[in-house]
Ligand binder design. Structure first.
Ligand SMILES: Cc1cc2nc3c(=O)[nH]c(=O)nc-3n(C[C@H](O)[C@H](O)[C@H](O)COP(=O)(O)OP(=O)(O)OC[C@H]3O[C@@H](n4cnc5c(N)ncnc54)[C@H](O)[C@@H]3O)c2cc1C
Length: 391
């Protein structure tokens, strides 16, 4: 990674890091390489993320990076969150998404829309030991998320929730869920309401875990709600305004997925470069062949562009500037780059790249999710088209 010193009074390059950002990024990179890397293959095979590594995330402050210190968080920036997701995903995209969902979706919604009591009740736990999950999608409503069938009936001051959620990241490990249900179906999407649900609430159950192609160590489960009674004080934001919380958190979350994919691409490029130096054919290192050198150069170009797009969207968000179009562009582009670069890395490894004895096939499997979750690539194109066409 290249960092350039910014001359005084000049706008810095996008890849310029402040001292604090550099130290933070370096510490996450060292942690990922030294502590997570030795377990990546086994966690992928067993489709299970080691609990002690999640405890390390908490210990290092990675589960509440941008949560203010008064609520037990690290008091960092959104950009630092993006750096952490990138560095973790360069080693393991499952690690990246665990931290991504906690920070960019769950903590973010509570910081922005929670009232003071909810912030004091939830954020210190989310910073210390409680994994969070974000439950919007259902079997029948993915891209069309607001067509959800989960209902929240108002009863005696509480809400009673019934329905099912699907594809919920972190569900197996989570103690707290931010879950969307419709409290007024006649009003359509204007009935959607966000609820905080403790995992041990009667009537709430984590169901089947998906057996996935990639990010296998990250849990993805169904949720079942059967007459699940939730007190009114667990509504986040206003009743009927959950759609706004969902849209706005996902707009930000997309930058996290862009960083996950940029990190994944960078990680697979690093492996390809090391292998190209090592591997000898025709009496020399394959990195001496122009065909390989140019492929690596194109991969590096892709990674550089992807990181710049993710960084730009994150910097815009931190600056309070409009970022929705740039976030959609970054997510779309970084997920393309991740798939392309990891695929080319397999080819540079030759036959070895096609086996599970080498790390690159996993990067490619993991890359596929980037075009699917937090809005498919078609949905990102729709956002970009709306922005450029002025809709
Ligand atoms: C591993 C994993 C983790 C996930 N984690 C979470 C989570 O933590 N929380 C959560 O709430 N959800 C989560 N999801 C759900 C994810 O966000 C959805 O899968 C995604 O939004 C797509 O919805 P869908 O699967 O129903 O596909 P569909 O919406 O059925 O899409 C199928 C295809 O049709 C296309 N399509 C649909 N509508 C249009 C349109 N109008 N124009 C053009 N093309 C269209 C799509 O682009 C796609 O190619 C996760 C999914 C996976 C696989």
């Amino acid at each position: 990674m290249t960092d350039y010193a910014a001359p005084a009074n000049k706008a810095p390059a996008l890849t310029t890091h402040s001292d604090e950002e550099r130290m933070f990024g370096d510490s996450v990179r060292t942690f990922a390489r030294q502590t997570i890397k030795p377990h990546v293959r086994e966690m992928d095979q067993q489709a299970e993320f080691r609990r002690e590594l999640i405890e390390e995330f908490f210990r290092l402050g990675l589960m509440a990076i941008a949560v203010p210190e008064e609520y037990g968080g690290s008091g960092g920036t959104f950009f630092q969150t993006i750096l952490a997701i990138e560095e973790l995903s360069a080693v393991d995209a499952s690690a990246g998404v665990i931290v991504d969902v906690q920070n960019t979706l769950v903590n973010n919604a509570i910081v922005r829309w929670g009232d003071e009591t909810q912030r004091k009740r939830c954020l210190p736990r989310l910073a210390a030991d409680t994994v969070g999950a974000y439950a919007l999608s259902e079997a029948g409503s993915g891209s069309d998320a607001f067509a959800m069938a989960t209902r929240a009936d108002s009863r005696g001051g509480d809400f009673v929730l019934n329905g099912r959620k699907l594809w919920i990241t972190n569900a197996k490990e989570a103690g707290l869920f931010l879950l969307f249900a419709n409290a007024n179906p006649e009003a359509g999407y204007r009935g959607i309401t966000a609820f905080l649900i403790e995992s041990n609430t009667p009537g709430f159950k984590v169901g089947r875990k998906e057996d996935k192609l990639g990010i296998r160590a990250s849990s993805t489960c169904e949720l079942l709600l059967e007459d699940c009674r939730i007190p009114r004080e667990n509504v986040i934001g206003e009743i009927g305004k959950g759609y706004k919380i969902a849209i706005e958190t996902l707009n930000e979350g997309r930058i996290g997925i862009a960083a996950q994919m940029a990190g994944l691409a960078r990680g697979s490029l690093d492996h390809a470069i090391s292998y190209a130096h090592e591997r000898k054919q025709f009496g020399k290192s394959i990195s001496d062949f122009q065909a390989i050198r140019f492929q690596l150069a194109e991969m590096a170009l892709d990674v550089e562009a992807a990181r710049n797009m993710a960084y730009n969207a994150a910097r815009l968000k931190d600056a309070g500037s409009p970022f929705v179009k740039e976030a959609a562009m970054a997510k779309y582009f970084c997920s393309q780059v991740a798939e392309r670069v990891s695929s080319r890395a397999i080819e540079i490894f030759g036959g070895y790249g096609f086996t599970k004895d080498y790390p690159v096939e996993k990067y490619w499997r993991d890359s596929k999710i980037g075009k699917i979750y937090e809005g498919t690539s078609n949905m990102q194109l729709q956002t970009i088209a709306n922005a450029i066409l002025g809709k």
